[in-house]
Design a protein around this ligand. Structure first.
Ligand code: NDP
Length: 475
């Protein structure tokens, strides 16, 4: 008997999504270029409850095992591997069949492929999938865009396989035409980068200024996760503080090299922000932090110069009123809202440019569960992000952010900390130039300003420029 759907590409995402689909009662055929992964997946399907999953070692019998019109989800590396997989499969597909790319693909590649497939009479979808391994297995957030007809073929599957949120339904919706599904997933990842950086900076204040131990940090983040900050990333951050290294005698977080890379979607988001002339400062500076984190040797050098410039003691030895640290929670909340609003504004601008007519409220709704940026305050964003209100939200967050910044520069709060990131690259380049030309270090005006505020006592010089990069490296 033919299966209902096929899935090609059985690495982390594909394997788990296939098992999820089978578990929801949809018989599935699976295929992978390297056939050992097919056997591995079949084995898992047996172990995890004799799920209706059938493995194939060659593309022809894989495609022919699927009921017509056939639908095949691909979960392979973005770029050339997608083209190669399409080539391999399309030989056996027939008019009316459909291919879905579930990877993190550049949206223009999806639009190019959709056109090429249409010439063969095939339908095409670019579907962002978020939630990593766990999400794929137990319920991701899914962002399908492209052919609406193709979406309708598999809507019943997606509605069951995606994460289910009690008051707002399954975390999937038809996003729009063309490459809109990939574009929205790309922005989701950009927001995720900003979010991680903000959390890392908040951690840095608590640890370096507040001198909180890992046990205390775990308590603080767990407490935060009960209120307006409730979200997946805050939850796993709290958990991180409890993890010990292999030997069990030291905390893993203190052993992580504070150096991290990126996979591409964050960079694309920032490039798009520039193309569209949309301000996305949090997302942009999160990318800067990643670039800078790679310059570990330079940062170590710069911190020596910083200390030699007389700022070392100020940075580490000041007494801190721990009750003030409560403000970090509010600063983080405000900054996160700004960051999500930046992402939404990018989507809105692109939607206008491309005529996609994207529903921002719907996007916030499908991000409420399954995905990495799921957060309770998306409810609020979901309510606000419709029509003209988007503009007001943006204005509100911008002016709110400015007010918080000026408060802290006057010494009345911690709020600016979460935006000092913007000045970090300038600080570093100042140090680098100073070092190369062997002149005494001119501290930037920005830093001088901060010397007069509670911000002056932030952290070690090296971390000041990054904001808890070790936490960020965890993701
Ligand atoms: P990878 O991105 O690591 O890709 C590995 C898969 O691609 C394998 O099935 C591999 O086959 C296949 N592949 C690579 N090159 C080729 C080729 N030339 N021809 C055919 N197949 C090829 O897998 P992931 O599961 O991590 O990710 C899949 C997609 O989902 C990516 O686009 C990724 O960005 C995205 N994604 C990943 C997330 C994650 O947490 N990992 C989260 C959300 C999205 P073989 O085994 O034969 O090498």
């Amino acid at each position: 008997k033919p299966t209902r759907i096929g899935l090609a590409g059985l690495a982390v995402m594909g394997q788990n999504l296939a098992l999820n689909i089978a578990e929801k009662g949809f018989p599935i055929s699976v295929y992978n270029r390297t056939t050992s992964k097919v056997d591995e997946t079949v084995e898992r399907a047996k172990k995890e409850g004799n799920l209706p999953l059938y493995g194939f070692h060659d593309p022809e019998s894989f495609v022919k095992s699927i009921q017509k019109p056939r639908v095949v989800i691909m979960l392979v590396k973005a770029g050339a591997p997608v083209d190669q997989t399409i080539k391999t499969l399309s030989v056996y597909l027939e008019k009316g069949d459909c291919i879905i790319d579930g990877g993190n693909e550049w949206y223009e590649n999806t639009e190019r492929r959709e056109k090429a497939m249409a010439e063969l009479g095939l339908l095409y979808l670019g579907m962002g999938v978020s939630g990593g391994e766990e999400g794929a297995r137990y319920g991701p957030s899914m962002m399908p865009g492209g052919s609406f007809e193709a979406y309708k073929y598999i809507e019943d599957i997606l509605l069951k396989v995606s994460a289910q949120v009690p008051d707002s339904g399954p975390c999937v919706t038809f996003i729009g035409k063309g490459g809109s599904g990939n574009f929205v997933k790309m922005i989701h990842n950009g927001i995720e980068c900003g979010d991680m950086q903000l959390i890392a900076e908040a951690y840095d204040v608590l640890k370096s200024v507040g001198k909180l131990s890992n046990e205390e940090l775990q308590k603080v983040f767990s407490e935060w996760n009960k209120g307006e900050l409730l979200s997946f990333l805050i939850e796993i951050t709290a958990d991180i503080f409890g993890i010990k290294d292999d030997k069990g005698d030291a905390y893993l977080v203190d052993k992580v090299l504070d150096k991290t890379g990126m996979k591409g979607t964050g960079k694309w988001t920032v490039q798009q922000a520039a193309e569209l002339s949309i301000a996305a400062p949090t997302i942009e500076s999160s990318l800067d932090a990643r670039f800078l984190s790679g310059l570990k040797d330079e940062r170590v050098e710069a911190s020596k110069v910083f200390k030699a410039g007389g700022f070392g003691d100020i940075l580490t030895d000041q007494e801190v009123d721990k009750s003030k640290l409560v403000d970090v929670r509010q600063a983080l909340y405000a900054s996160r809202i700004c960051s999500y609003a930046q992402g939404m504004n990018l989507i809105r601008a692109k939607s206008i440019e491309k005529g996609w007519d994207l529903k921002l409220g719907e996007l916030a709704r499908i991000w409420k569960g399954g995905c990495i940026i799921r957060a309770v305050f998306l409810d609020r964003i979901s309510r606000l992000m419709t029509g003209i209100l988007i503009l007001q939200t943006f204005l509100w967050t911008q002016s709110f952010r400015r007010r918080l910044l000026s408060d802290s520069l006057r010494g009345e709060g911690w709020y600016a900390l979460l935006s000092t990131q913007v000045s970090a690259p300038q600080v570093l380049s100042t140090f680098k130039i100073a070092k190369q030309s062997k002149i005494s270090v001119p501290i930037s005006r920005r830093v001088q300003l901060e010397q007069n505020s509670p911000l002056s006592i932030i952290t070690s010089a090296e971390n000041f420029m990054l904001g808890g990069a070790s936490i960020n490296s965890f993701w």
